[in-house]
Design a protein around this ligand. Structure first.
Ligand SMILES: [Zn+2]
Ligand SMILES: [Zn+2]
Length: 319
């Protein structure tokens, strides 16, 4: 098939927009889409410096490339952040992920930070899996949120961007409805204003389909990790995966389904939920790391996890 906008061969069909696009026009399409999303949802307001969390997967590496392309025209700087989580599982998973992230940072010449969980905080995600009774994905998520916020603050970024795509968001919405987790649904937003810290958290790809991002990464020769985390597939909720597949089937039958689902949720449902279920949390200071934590708690959840882990390894203090 030919591109709907020029004479070149198309690399992708975009059913909900009734378009076939060549590589150049796909690039243009995605840049415009991300720019429009960022403008519409206020992700650019007062933003001069964006820290991009790069795991090495297709979404975060593509996000880095798209934001890098937009940065000059829209007047912000990009800084890359990647975390060495210490997941090995005989496949050197984390070291390969870090290597891929760094390859992208260097190719684009963006400044970057690599944070080693082991070196800076004394443990790996594999230690957490062995040492504490808690689903490993939840420990890993907690560690990532903590470290990324820390780096964004240190680097004086106004926003921290993550690569969540439309398929991820659609899945979160459906799982939230399914389990009746109203508080989590209320917090599922494309832009979270600074609460404990001074930066926004933004999801510039939240209205972009996974297939478009995958094609973007492939046709532009962006290096990325295809493997998914070796720890998550064993634990991963099969309900989540089933929901994701069903959403993809629905999308085939009703082009634009996920877009409608997520836009409706964000524009009409989330606000009233937040009014009813989200209370303003007062802030106090963590006694271990000095960073903000929920009032009434002496120790933040990240430090609490590190203490538990240290105790399980026979160490009585963390620094
Ligand atoms: Zn074209
Ligand atoms: Zn703390």
């Amino acid at each position: 098939m030919k591109c709907s906008k020029c004479d070149r061969d198309a690399v992708i069909r975009i059913p909900y927009a009734n378009l076939y696009l060549c590589k150049e026009h796909l690039n243009e399409y995605l840049e415009e889409r991300v720019e429009r999303t960022m403008r519409k949802y206020g992700m650019l307001k007062g933003v001069k410096r964006i820290a991009v969390a790069v795991s090495g997967g297709k979404d975060s590496t593509s996000l880095l490339h798209i934001l890098h392309r937009l940065s000059q025209r829209l007047g912000f700087e990009v800084i890359g952040v990647t975390i060495d989580l210490g997941i090995d599982s005989g496949r050197a998973y984390s070291s390969k992920s870090v290597e891929v992230a760094v390859k992208n940072f260097e190719a684009l010449r963006v400044p970057y930070r690599v944070v080693s969980l082991k070196r800076e905080y004394g443990f790996t995600v594999e230690d957490a899996k062995r040492g504490i009774r808690r689903p490993v994905c939840s420990s890993c998520g907690l560690a990532k949120r903590y470290v990324l916020s820390q780096v964004a603050e240190e680097e004086k970024a106004d926003a921290l961007a993550t690569g969540h795509n439309l398929n991820d968001m659609a899945q979160f919405v459906m799982i939230g409805y399914y389990s009746g987790d109203v508080e989590n649904l209320a917090r599922l937003e494309p832009v979270s204003p600074p609460k404990f810290y001074s930066h926004y958290k933004i999801k510039p790809l939240f209205l972009t389909y996974e297939k478009e991002i995958m094609t973007f990464a492939l046709v532009n020769g962006i290096p990325f990790m295809i493997e998914s985390c070796p720890l998550s597939w064993r634990v991963g909720g099969t309900t989540q995966e089933a929901m994701r597949r069903k959403l993809e089937e629905l999308e085939e039958q009703v082009p634009g389904f996920m877009l409608r689902l997520v836009e409706t949720f964000v524009n009409k449902v989330r606000g009233p939920l937040a009014e009813k279920y989200v209370r303003e949390e007062e802030v106090s200071k963590c006694k271990v790391c000095g960073r903000p934590t929920v009032k009434g708690r002496d120790i933040c959840s990240f430090c609490a996890m590190r203490l538990k882990l240290a105790r399980s390894q026979g160490v009585s203090k963390v620094s």
